[in-house]
Design a protein. Structure first.
Length: 136
């Protein structure tokens, strides 16, 4: 006979294979079953409740990937909207895909929306400035 455990969220008695592992817990398993955890994560993602934590994480340790993930989370929650034209040259998104440019990865929601051509130009200018500062 296989072992069972009660989910702390839904209260169902389930087989232990329905729980993810968690080494910090006495029994080595999550308190909630996989189905409940999936619902919690989906709701948190949809409502943007993780956004505040993601933004503060970017402020403490800024990286391009963290900034991108925080921005994507804000877009999915409807807090940030992507425009239909480039802020640099004004071309529509039907002509070129509009991309988010982060001038500072520690501020993930502060972006400029650019087409790939303008984005590459802006990044090249940034690299030139950094080279001049590094040489000075």
């Amino acid at each position: 006979m296989s072992a069972t455990k009660r989910c702390s969220r839904c209260g169902r008695e389930l087989d232990v294979s329905e729980f993810d592992s968690n080494a910090s817990r006495p029994d080595g398993l999550q308190a909630e079953c996989r189905e409940c955890m999936s619902t919690v994560r989906r709701d948190r993602y949809a409502t943007g409740r993780d956004l505040e934590a993601r933004v503060s994480q970017c402020e403490r340790n800024p990286t391009p990937k963290r900034a991108y993930l925080a921005l994507r989370l804000a877009m999915n929650a409807g807090l940030v909207t992507k425009p239909d034209h480039c802020s640099g040259c004004g071309c529509p998104d039907t002509e070129r895909v509009i991309q988010a440019h982060h001038a500072d990865y520690s501020r993930p929601l502060d972006v400029i929306w650019l087409c790939p051509r303008c984005h590459a130009r802006l990044d090249a200018m940034r690299r030139e400035r950094e080279a001049v500062l590094a040489g000075a």
